[in-house]
Design a protein. Structure first.
Length: 182
């Protein structure tokens, strides 16, 4: 695992207090191996903070991280420390609390298709079939995770090509947090 991509810090004095820092593009499962191994060891009494400053990245890896993070029994605080985009924005709202530091924002947009060695190639019809099926899964996962932080209208507009920016000083931020988080 690259030390620059993800770092974890532990303070085991009374309860385990862990900070995970996600500071780079989400590119491969290997970059998060330690995170995937660590998360299932958390207990309800532990504390987890995820600091996020992320330009986004691969949806498959991001969705796996979201699933792993969402399954831990402890309270999770996500802190957006700088402008955070795409899959990074989705990660930021998968916890129990959201903190946006000064001059940070979240940017949501429709998925970007990358090959990343997946072997996706072929006839136009094959490629269109792949994209349409992937789009269906992405929309379902996106809406499950991002609603009600984003309204249904915002999500629909996003899937028509509009990017959604939520700044730390956005007048709707506190209402979004109230309706989205437990």
């Amino acid at each position: 695992m690259s030390e620059n991509k993800v770092q974890m810090f532990h303070d085991d004095t009374v309860v385990r207090n862990t900070v995970i820092e996600i500071r780079d593009s989400i590119e491969s499962y290997e970059d998060y191996y330690d995170v995937f191994e660590f998360l299932p060891t958390l207990k309800a009494s532990d504390m987890l903070t995820i600091n996020i400053d992320c330009p986004g990245g691969r949806c498959d890896v991001g969705f796996a991280l979201i699933k792993a993070i969402s399954s831990v029994p402890c309270i999770i605080k996500c802190v957006v420390t700088a402008p955070t985009y795409s899959m990074g924005a989705m990660l930021a709202i998968c916890g129990d609390h959201l903190v946006m530091e000064e001059d940070s924002y979240l940017m949501f947009h429709d998925f970007v298709l990358h090959d990343f060695g997946s072997g996706m190639s072929g006839k136009g019809g094959d490629t269109a079939l792949y994209v349409n099926n992937y789009r269906e899964v992405f929309i379902k996962r996106f809406n499950k995770l991002c609603t009600p932080f984003l309204t249904k209208k915002e999500s629909a507009n996003m899937f028509k090509g509009k990017d959604i920016y939520i700044h730390d000083n956005d007048p709707t931020l506190q209402e979004r947090i109230k309706r989205h988080f437990r």
